[in-house]
Design a protein around this ligand. Structure first.
Ligand code: NAP
Length: 249
């Protein structure tokens, strides 16, 4: 990939404060993108944007709860007031609220659906029109292998991630003729704060089902995002790319 392939491209990365989103933001910045780092807390996205600028790249930040349609709409108005369009949208923010179905509360269901799935709708809805007018764009939505195969205690999360896959494939069809690709990434188990909550026993069990016998790293996912943004991926749309050490084939 050319060193400055994303020069002049405006990239919104949600959930950029930590984990996978942080790696994505940093790696897109290193190839020339101007990154708008979004996370819930001012501290995490602000620190990342400052780190990116300290390394000589370009970034700004906005602390927004992506589960709020009004806050996302206001943020997009402010972004589009400054930049004529967003070129690359990475819908990565996500949470888990695990519980067995018999015990899952409506709040646990709603919070996960609002943060993981509805947020993708809000950002895409607000940013798509200028992208269509520009006739170039990349939309990358963070799903999970759990959205493909389900998981104990994650009916809410699996439903949200499966929804992201259907959403991605549908918008891919709608905007393919406008130079915009939409793809989803389905990570397996990646070492972040989200998976650090898993106990040692669970990790040992998980590793038995990962042919590569190790958890993935945030950079493994970021490299896939980088590829999907590159010229080399211009003819790939509507796909789900698993980044999972061979867990789901
Ligand atoms: P993480 O380390 O827990 O980081 C989550 C990021 O999302 C944080 O920056 C957090 O903001 C942000 N976020 C959460 N709720 C938000 C909200 N309401 N509004 C704005 N930002 C919010 O998670 P991760 O492991 O990097 O996961 C990133 C994505 O990959 C998620 O969609 C997750 O479902 C997916 N994924 C992860 C794995 C894995 O094994 N880690 C596997 C499959 C899929 P703050 O920093 O402000 O808290």
């Amino acid at each position: 990939m050319a060193e400055q392939e994303l020069s002049g491209k405006i990239c919104v990365v949600t959930g950029a404060g930590r984990g996978i989103g942080k790696s994505i933001a940093m790696s897109l910045a290193k190839i020339g993108g101007h990154i708008i780092c979004i996370s819930k807390s001012e501290d995490s996205c602000g620190t990342l944007a400052q780190d990116i600028r300290n390394q000589g790249y370009s970034a700004e930040h906005m602390a927004i709860d992506v589960s709020s349609p009004d806050l996302v709409s206001d943020a997009c108005k402010s972004i589009l007031g400054k930049h004529s369009a967003v070129d690359i949208l990475v819908n990565n923010a996500g949470i888990t609220r695990d519980n067995l179905m018999l015990r899952m509360s409506q709040q646990e269901w709603q919070e996960v659906l609002n943060t993981n799935l509805n947020s993708c709708f809000y950002w895409t809805k607000n940013l798509l029109h200028p992208m269509v007018k520009k006739r170039w764009g990349r939309i990358i939505n963070m799903a999970s292998i759990v959205g493909l195969i389900g998981n104990f205690g994650q009916a809410n999360y699996a439903a949200a991630k499966a929804g992201i896959i259907g959403f991605t494939k549908s918008i891919a069809k709608e905007v393919a003729s406008r130079g915009i690709t939409a793809n989803a990434i389905a990570p397996g188990f990646i070492q972040t704060d989200m998976t650090s909550k898993l106990g040692e026993n669970i990790v040992t069990e998980l590793l038995k089902n990962i042919p590569m016998k190790e958890l993935g790293m945030p950079d493994d996912v970021a490299e896939t995002v980088k590829f999907l943004c590159s010229r080399g991926a211009r003819y790939i749309t509507g796909h789900v790319i698993n980044v999972d050490g061979g867990m789901v084939m």
